[in-house]
Design a binder for this molecule. Structure first.
Ligand SMILES: Cc1ncc(C[n+]2csc(CCOP(=O)(O)OP(=O)(O)O)c2C)c(N)n1
Length: 328
């Protein structure tokens, strides 16, 4: 960890990660509330699948610290950490997750389909789907003569999809202002990276398409911040695309309800949790103190619980409107 990095930046990274984790813990609680003791994916206040991002906070916090809401982010089926770090309205996002009328998509999209024109944020349940539209947005940003940047996110499993490779090729050819992020959490559902991916490192793939690529090890938020700073600056200044792969950690199941029987690495996983790890470093170096940690958690909890309360108070969509907003 770099002691020379500005203290305020480090505190902000910590606060962002705490906010994200507090949110995911609250969604976890609400999601499971009415699904026990016999897990029923259709039951409860949040029906359907749920992919939470606990453990992957360093990626979103480190990348989005360099963006404004004029920049675009296209995220994945595991989108909450990037949505939060990019500044999507937490109340409207939560109402969407609960399927309520005040949601970003009037409750019709759910947690994998968060679309927010105000912050240029989107995501999709189709894996690697965020890559092509990010290039499209970057092309528009470039042709309009702006310095706006698009950030595309994928998992390491989805980095084997055709859309990933086609997008890297065109983005490099057209020198588009895109930053490609690969979140390598070791698993594509129950498939280990070693069984899905022919290269050790997606940075090698970036090189083959003629763009800079780096891999950040150890889920290190400050290293992500540094790599993303360079890549975003390059894109803003007309230097074209870059790729950053982060070796991160899926702390929980692929989806909620996943018993993870396939996972032999689980024993050591909680000890690698990036938030207590970073907290310990910042405390030791005097960047934060116990009071700051408590304030960070209290603030996050208030913001998150307000968003949950907002969602719960919002109405369910009227079934008579089910065909509204549908192309017929
Ligand atoms: C085109 C497509 N194929 C398959 C799926 C089913 N699916 C959902 S998540 C997933 C694995 C994704 O793994 P990875 O990209 O590593 O992301 P992670 O879940 O680890 O965040 C798959 C195959 C899908 N959603 N879309």
């Amino acid at each position: 960890m770099s002691a020379s990095m500005e203290a305020q930046v480090r505190r902000d990274l910590f606060d962002q990660m705490v906010l994200i984790r507090t949110y995911e813990e609250a969604v976890l609680r609400e999601y499971h509330a009415d699904k026990k003791p016999a897990f029923d994916i259709g039951a409860g206040l949040i029906p359907g699948e749920m992919h939470l991002s606990a453990g992957q906070e360093p990626v979103a916090a480190g990348v989005c610290a360099h963006l404004t809401t004029d920049d675009a982010v296209t995220a994945t089926h595991r989108p909450h950490h990037f949505a939060i770090a990019h500044g999507v309205d937490l109340q409207a996002m939560t109402a969407e997750i609960f399927g309520r009328v005040d949601g970003l998509g009037k409750g019709r999209g759910g947690h994998m389909h968060l679309f927010d024109p105000a912050t240029h944020f989107s995501c999709s349940g189709i894996i690697a789907e965020g890559y092509p539209p990010a290039a499209g947005q970057a092309l528009a940003f470039k042709r309009r003569g702006t310095d706006r940047v698009a950030v595309a996110v994928t998992g390491e499993g989805a980095a084997n999809q055709g859309a990933f490779h086609e997008t890297l090729n065109l983005a490099a050819l057209w020198k588009l202002p895109v930053v490609f992020i690969v979140e390598d959490n070791d698993w594509g559902i129950s498939v280990p990276r070693s069984a899905s991916t022919s290269v050790a490192d997606n940075a090698a793939r970036a090189a083959s398409y003629g763009m800079p690529g780096v891999r950040v090890e150890d889920n290190a938020v400050e290293a992500v911040y540094a790599a993303a700073g360079e890549a975003v600056e390059r894109a803003r200044n007309g230097g074209g695309p870059s790729l950053i792969e982060v070796h991160t950690l899926r702390l929980w199941g692929h989806f909620e309800g996943d018993a993870q029987g396939y996972r032999a690495d689980l024993e050591g996983v909680p000890g690698k949790d990036p938030i207590p790890t970073y907290e310990a470093v910042l405390l030791e170096q005097g960047v934060i103190d116990d009071a700051a940690v408590a304030a960070s958690r209290k603030n996050a909890s208030e913001v998150v619980e307000a968003a949950i309360a907002f969602a719960k108070a919002s109405a369910e969509p009227d079934p008579a409107t089910v065909l509204d907003h549908v192309f017929a």
